[in-house]
Design a protein around this ligand. Structure first.
Ligand SMILES: Nc1ncnc2c1ncn2[C@@H]1O[C@H](COP(=O)(O)OP(=O)(O)O)[C@@H](O)[C@H]1O
Ligand SMILES: [Mg+2]
Length: 280
């Protein structure tokens, strides 16, 4: 990306807010901004799905509109079912074309801001800290390796439980990576999370985000695939965390009645995954 990159204009009313929304993430399908809602001290997350210039205009408008509506409906349903996800604050599936522009900016969704670090960031900090501590103290009384591992195992169980509660509500996430799981601290205090030198806090609630690829389903197969995606994501990005996936499944298994059947199906999904990687 060029250093002088300027993102496309924001849709109203966000083009006029002071301070302006801050661009946090630019994905293939969406831009994520941090802004506020109603009062300046209520943070909110603004997800904009831009139009795609290479698509036919009418088809494009329909697709972006459908995606935003679908994500909002999923979130609303999950909030109603008591699953930890961001609440929907507002949306516009067909914003007006900005002055001087040819096409609409796309559709947008404004959500509750979730405070905290992603599970990805927490696992990275934890691994760095573990390696350093093992090197420096191995098992003196300043560092208790078993205790540290228990903390992360407990985090894994809470992740499994959160996924189970979502599945119970009839939703398949479709993109369960550690970036799409946020640990929202119970007591948001900056001192809670030491700056890379200490062990990260693992206190808090697991909140699921990013329902852009979610589907409504109660099929064991879909649930199994959802878990498999998470297994691969944890295993590939966090070498020390791979063995910890069994604790995710532990948490999942007693989170709802259908969990056992979904776990059984996960084994078939794994077998197919292995066969595919042997052939391919
Ligand atoms: N409600 C939210 N609260 C806080 N941060 C969020 C929220 N939604 C998204 N983010 C941040 O923005 C990033 C991108 O948003 P996401 O919905 O995952 O879009 P994408 O489809 O591009 O991955 C997330 O990884 C997270 O860091
Ligand atoms: Mg994401």
């Amino acid at each position: 990306m060029a250093t002088n990159y300027t993102p496309p204009p924001l849709p109203p009313p966000f083009s006029h807010t002071t301070p302006p929304p801050v661009l946090l993430a630019q994905g293939a399908e969406a831009r994520l901004y941090k802004t506020t809602f109603l009062t300046p001290d209520t943070p909110a997350a603004l997800k904009i799905r831009p139009t795609k210039a290479y698509r036919h205009e009418i088809l494009d408008r329909r697709l972006t509109r459908q995606r935003v509506l679908h994500e909002a409906r999923c979130l609303t349903k999950l909030v109603r079912e008591g699953v930890s996800v961001p609440a929907v604050l507002a949306l516009d599936w067909d914003p007006p074309v900005p002055e001087g522009q040819q096409r609409s900016v796309g559709a947008w969704l404004l959500m509750e801001w979730i405070e905290g670090l992603s599970v990805k960031a927490i696992l990275e900090k934890w691994e760095t800290w573990m390696k350093k501590s093992i090197r420096e103290h191995n098992n003196d009384n300043k560092f208790n390796r078993t205790e540290e591992e228990d903390r992360v195992k407990d985090l894994m169980r809470r992740i499994g439980r959160a996924v189970g509660i979502m599945h119970k509500a009839g939703v398949i996430h479709g993109d369960l990576t550690t970036s799409n799981l946020i640990l929202r601290p119970f007591h948001p205090a900056p001192s809670d999370i030491p700056d890379g030198t200490g062990s990260p806090s693992m206190e808090g609630d697991i909140v699921l985000i990013d329902f852009g690829l979610a589907i409504n389903s109660v099929q064991d197969e879909d649930r199994g695939v959802d878990l498999y995606v998470l297994e691969r994501a944890i295993g590939s990005t966090h070498p020390m965390a791979e063995t910890l996936f069994s604790h995710v499944l532990d948490g999942y298994s007693d989170s709802f009645k259908g969990a056992r059947a979904a776990l059984k199906r996960l084994e078939d999904v794994r077998m197919r995954g292995r066969k595919r990687s042997m052939v391919g």
